[in-house]
Design a protein around this ligand. Structure first.
Ligand SMILES: [Zn+2]
Length: 198
């Protein structure tokens, strides 16, 4: 199984939920990995590809150069984010559509420091411009620590906002804490699976 690095993205979605309370959490969670969701069928169809970096274990965390030349090109990411944002804007409200679109695009921004200089500007790497990505994945311990920090921050912000909404109702407070812990634990599981190279 190819490791999709998603824990940090989920952390970000949880953080946004703490600010945009009307946006459905499932929609934010979908948005934060939207580019990777579209990536999966394109990978299966060999339109986008992954190449294991020599010297890294097969499927190791961050151990691949990812030629996601459509979904993770700057222009492609903007287009896909617009599509998802528009869909949510029509189904819900304009403001929610904007939040969803921005979260979808945040995926590209958060991937930028991690990816190994494999993200093109234009779909299909048209024009053969320099590829982007600062390659933090060369230091898995550092990138995992950053992801873990983002998960914890997201869970904490989410929990804090949920507690505010819960007010003085004990049952709601308990649910808010459980949700925050659930976010942190799911993030830890995803990171753990990545560390194990699954
Ligand atoms: Zn990605």
């Amino acid at each position: 199984v190819e490791a999709l690095v998603i824990a940090g993205h989920f952390g970000f979605a949880a953080a946004v939920k703490s600010r945009e309370r009307e946006a459905p959490l499932w929609g934010l969670m979908l948005a934060c990995v939207w580019l990777d969701i579209v990536f999966v069928p394109l990978l299966a169809a060999h339109v986008e590809t992954m190449v294991q970096v020599p010297g890294t274990k097969e499927g190791a965390y961050g151990g691949a150069v990812i030629y996601a030349d459509y979904t993770h090109s700057l222009v492609g990411a903007i287009a896909l984010s617009l599509v998802l944002g528009l869909a949510f804007g029509l189904a819900y409200r304009r403001r929610i559509g904007i939040a969803i679109g921005l979260v979808a695009f945040s995926h590209w921004v958060l991937d930028l420091p991690l990816h190994r200089a494999d993200m093109p500007l234009l779909p299909g790497n048209a024009g053969d411009h320099a590829r982007l990505g600062f390659g933090l994945w060369r230091w898995p311990a550092v990138s995992m620590a950053l992801e873990a920090a983002l998960v914890l921050l997201g869970a904490w912000l989410y929990g804090r906002a949920a507690l505010q909404v819960a007010g003085t109702d004990a049952a709601s407070q308990k649910r808010a804490r459980l949700c925050a812990v659930g976010i942190a634990v799911s993030g830890a599981i995803v990171l753990g699976l990545n560390a194990a190279g699954m």
